[in-house]
Design a protein around this ligand. Structure first.
Ligand code: ADP
Ligand code: MG
Length: 628
């Protein structure tokens, strides 16, 4: 009777072991990039072909390898990073088992070139399925270039399961981004199928986050910083207003590597509880540093899920840290609007008419030269006469101060810089608790600085409000409500022009057909291909129909979104932007009063529909400090 149990041939054993480490091109990419980081590189280029299936090339300017090291690196359990079992518990660089290169080599063709700074010549080594093909000296720059071709070629059953180029590219990019976010001081490039996908210069952490996640995160990030001997936590989370349903970025790092500590998600959810709408999520980039012996790293084969020894404590700290950072950021209206009476602005009088600047509504923009206004908070009572389209006439001035003269002082550039010095702006972000104490000082009214900023006071602090964005917010809320309630007024267009569209634009327009009809458009194809005639459109955009349609089409093309609610928002936004008070508008006092009261009653007085800052506060303490 023959034996049933036999030893697997070594080549197969190697392949099985390899599969644990490199199931996909992205997994190989992660290992290779981390090796480059461990080698102290300050610049790394990753180039992949067909999602890494055809080839993965990592080029670094790190310490390089000697000829012996280069050969040794591909042996199983070859690592320069662990020497004793004790080291296993003191991994300062992490996740080393000395098996990555051996595993990758077992299932691919490899071409390595490497040179150390103290060697005149480098080493070129080629391997196929773990077998060395050639090894010889070569001329090479300092550092390492490793090319991995035909990953999993000798395990066809597995290779067949690799995903499409596109999906593998997405996974590769994710690994690249994780390493990039963990190492902002390393310049990194990602090239896919010959095109440069990401080119990240050496940067600060925040700069790197913006480079990777997008400039949309600018001004939306709050920094975190905490250190004790148990843990240090740094990084950024997004402000509650920036929570979104899609496009959420979630990154956690432990001791410099992308890892997911189990359970941390709950801590973040709790920190934002009650501050963001259901179904939306904050983005975060959080960096933990803990003594290496306090983490259990090998929880998953890819070493991404880990556990902290002091899990509960660390997560409580994290929650509090985020919570503190969020509350420090809560800006004026969020605190104060809960109690209208303490605002230095008139109370909201209910829905007023539109502040449209078109000719049909000339009352709203009277031809008064740019003026400065004032109103004392004592007079902040709604009037019952309802005079003015913005519900104006809420204030009467009782002080004879020459605000125009004061305003002139504001316009000199030197003063401007001083007022907006970075530290002053940083101060603007936070509000002391005494904001809620009764205001016993007479307050100034408002003036319009540079034709753009309404300068007013709120409690004892100075508030600057962007005129155009404030008016966009108000109009947006109103238009959106009108659209949702089917109350958009429409009008036939007289002598309509042809709207000429590219094929892509025209296809998108057809896709939006029904929704646009619901929004009040009647659009008919003209005789010429790609040409359309708009015969009916909403009244409030009569003069800008084509511009608005193009904008809508492009929002949809850029985002791939076609839902009705998305389109409604995009349209409300465009209409609001078109009809908002332009900078330099000459406004009467009652217009400004109306604008402010409606702004504070709007859905988000802090951010314009596009997410731009509407107002900022200069603290009383900061102002006083300048006069010490
Ligand atoms: P580990 O990283 O766990 O040590 P690897 O199989 O990934 O194991 O790498 C084996 C060894 O090869 C490393 O310990 C290192 O000495 C060397 N090595 C790998 N990649 C590089 C590189 N890009 N530059 C310099 N040395 C490298
Ligand atoms: Mg490694």
């Amino acid at each position: 009777m023959s034996d049933v149990i036999h030893l697997l041939p070594e080549s197969i054993a190697n392949q099985i072991a390899a599969l644990e480490v490199v199931q996909s091109p992205a997994a190989a990419v992660k290992e290779l990039l981390e090796n480059a980081i461990d080698a102290g590189a300050s610049a790394i280029t990753l180039e992949v072909v067909q999602g890494g299936k055809t080839s993965i090339h990592v080029l670094d300017n790190g310490c390089g390898m000697s000829p012996v090291d280069a050969r040794m690196a591909f042996e199983k359990h070859a690592t320069s990073k662990i020497k004793t079992a004790e080291d296993l518990y003191n991994l300062s660089t992490m996740g080393f088992r000395g098996e990555a290169l051996a595993a990758i080599a077992a299932v691919s063709d490899i071409e390595l070139r490497s040179r150390r700074a103290d060697h005149e010549l480098g080493t070129e080594l080629t391997l196929s399925a773990s077998k060395v093909q050639t090894i010889e000296p070569c001329v090479a720059p300092i550092g390492t270039s490793i090319k991995v071709r035909n990953l999993l070629f000798n395990i066809p059953a597995r290779r067949r399961f690799l995903k499409s180029d596109r999906d593998e590219n997405v996974a590769v990019r994710r690994e690249f981004v994780a390493v990039a976010l963990a190492n902002p001081s390393v310049a990194m490039k990602l090239i896919a199928d010959g095109s440069l996908v990401l080119d990240l210069p050496e940067s600060s952490l925040k700069g790197r986050i913006l480079d990777v996640a997008g400039r949309v995160f600018d001004k939306k990030l709050l920094s975190l910083s905490y250190t004790s001997n148990i843990v240090s936590i740094t990084g950024y989370v997004t402000k509650p207003q920036a929570a979104t349903k899609s496009g959420v970025q979630r990154f956690t790092f432990v001791n410099g590597r992308y890892m997911k500590p189990m359970g941390f998600q709950k801590a973040i959810e709790l920190a934002y509880e009650g501050l963001i709408p259901d179904g939306t999520h904050p983005s975060f980039f959080i960096y933990f540093t803990v003594p290496p012996e306090n983490i259990d790293i090998n929880r998953s084969p890819d070493k991404k899920e880990i556990r902290f020894a002091d899990e509960q404590l660390i997560f409580t700290l994290l929650r509090q840290l985020i919570r503190e950072s969020l509350s420090a950021n809560v800006s004026v209206p969020v605190i104060d609007f809960s109690n209208e009476r303490i605002l230095d602005i008139p109370a909201y009088k209910g829905r007023e008419e539109l502040p449209v600047s078109s000719s049909e509504d000339s009352e709203a923009t009277p031809a008064v030269a740019r003026r400065v206004f004032m109103a004392g908070n004592q007079m902040s009572r709604p009037s019952s006469d309802g005079e003015g389209r913005w519900g104006g006439s809420l204030h009467t001035s009782s002080m004879n101060i020459n605000w125009d003269a004061l305003g002139e002082g504001f316009s000199t550039p030197a003063r401007e810089e001083e007022l907006f010095a970075p530290d002053a702006i940083a101060q603007m972000e936070t509000l002391p608790s005494d904001m809620r104490t009764p205001n016993d000082h007479p307050t100034v009214g408002h003036l319009i600085y540079k034709g753009r900023y309404i300068v007013t006071s709120l409690r004892r602090n100075l508030v600057l409000i962007d005129l155009k964005r404030a008016s966009e917010r108000i109009l947006y809320d109103r238009y959106l409500m009108d659209i949702e309630e089917g109350r958009v007024g429409v009008q036939q267009t007289l002598l309509p022009d042809h709207l000429e569209l590219t094929t892509e634009e025209a296809d998108t327009l057809r896709l939006l057909d029904e929704d646009l009809a619901q929004l009040g458009f009647v659009i008919e194809p003209a005789k010429v291909e790609g040409s359309f005639v708009v015969t009916q459109a909403p009244i409030s955009i009569q003069s800008n129909v084509h511009t608005l349609l193009r904008q809508l089409i492009h929002y949809c093309i850029d985002t791939g979104e076609h839902s009705h609610s998305y389109l409604a928002k995009a349209m409300a936004r465009s209409m609001a932007e078109m009809n908002a008070y332009p900078y330099g508008s000459s406004l009467e006092k009652k217009d400004v009063d109306g604008l402010l009261s409606q702004l504070f009653a709007s859905s988000d007085p802090n951010l314009s529909p596009r997410g731009e800052t509407i107002m900022t506060t200069l603290l009383e303490t900061e102002i006083d400090r300048r006069f010490v």
